[in-house]
Design a protein around this ligand. Structure first.
Ligand code: TMP
Length: 216
C-alpha cells in the first residue's frame, strides 16, 4: 500500500485555512481519495483538552511560555501517533490545519524562543511525519484581523488568548512564516490569501494536482 500524502495548511490569523482545507478536501474526494482532516491543537481527546487549556484558559491558569510550547508539542505528538501516522500508513491522505511550523512561527518568531530549539522540539514530537507539502496562506495582519473580527461577531468569546496578542506579535508571526517558506522551498508553497476564496482554491488545487496527481 502506497503511503498517503500529508499536506499542512499554515498561515497567520484570518488566512482562511479552514475554508481552503474544506475546498481542497471536496476536490480530492471527487478524485476518489480518502482524506482525513484534522487540526492543531486538537484532533485527539487529549489534544482537544489541551486546546481548551491553551485557547480558552480551561485550567484557569495561564500557561507560562515554556509550558505553552510543550502543550502544543504534546497535542502534536498524540495527533501524529494516533491519527496521522496510521492514516498515512493505510494510504489515506491527511490534511492538517496547522502543524509544527505553527510552533516555529508563533513561539519561535513570535514569542522569541530560539527558532532552532523550536525545530528540534518539533522533530521530537513529529517523528517521521514530515509534511509532503505545506501550503502557506499569506495574509497581511490588518486584513487577517478584520476577517477574525467578522467571524466572531455575535460570539461570546471574542478573541482567544493568542489571537488577542498585539499586532506587532502577529506581524512577527507573518514574517516568520515567510522566512520559513524561503528556508524550505522544497516543502513550502506560498499562496496569496488576500483574495476571494475561489481563486485561492484554484491555485491550491493546481499545486496539489501538479505535485501528486498529474501523470509523471
Ligand atoms: P486556530 O486553530 O484558530 O488557527 O487557532 C490556533 C491558535 O493557536 C492560533 O492563534 C495559533 C496558535 N498556535 C500556536 O501559537 N502554536 C502552535 O504550535 C499551534 C498549532 C497554534
Amino acid at each position: 500500500m502506497e503511503r498517503g500524502k500529508f499536506i499542512t495548511f499554515e498561515g497567520p490569523e484570518g488566512a482562511g485555512k479552514s475554508t481552503q482545507a474544506a475546498m481542497l478536501i471536496a476536490k480530492l474526494e471527487a478524485h476518489g481519495i480518502e482524506v482525513i482532516y484534522t487540526r492543531e491543537p486538537g484532533g485527539t481527546k487529549l489534544g482537544e483538552a489541551i486546546r481548551g487549556i491553551l485557547q480558552y484558559n480551561a485550567a484557569n491558569e495561564d500557561p507560562c511560555p515554556e509550558s505553552e510550547v510543550l502543550l502544543f508539542e504534546a497535542s502534536r505528538a498524540q495527533l501524529v501517533r494516533h491519527v496521522i501516522d496510521p492514516a498515512l500508513a493505510r494510504g489515506a491522505w491527511v490534511l492538517c490545519d496547522r502543524f509544527a511550523d505553527s510552533t516555529t512561527a508563533y513561539q519561535g518568531f513570535g514569542r522569541g524562543f530560539p527558532v532552532d530549539l523550536m525545530e528540534t522540539i518539533n522533530r521530537f514530537a513529529i517523528g517521521s511525519a514530515v509534511p509532503d507539502m505545506t501550503i502557506l496562506l499569506d495574509v497581511n495582519v490588518s486584513l487577517g484581523m478584520q476577517r477574525c473580527a467578522k467571524r466572531q461577531v455575535g460570539q461570546k468569546i471574542k478573541y482567544d488568548r493568542i489571537e488577542s496578542e498585539a499586532l506587532a506579535f502577529h506581524e512577527k508571526v507573518r514574517q516568520g512564516y515567510l522566512e520559513l517558506a524561503r528556508r524550505y522551498p522544497e516543502r513550502f508553497r506560498k499562496v496569496d490569501a488576500m483574495r476571494l476564496p475561489e481563486p485561492i482554491a484554484e491555485d491550491i488545487w493546481k499545486l496539489v494536482h501538479d505535485a501528486f496527481l498529474a501523470k509523471k
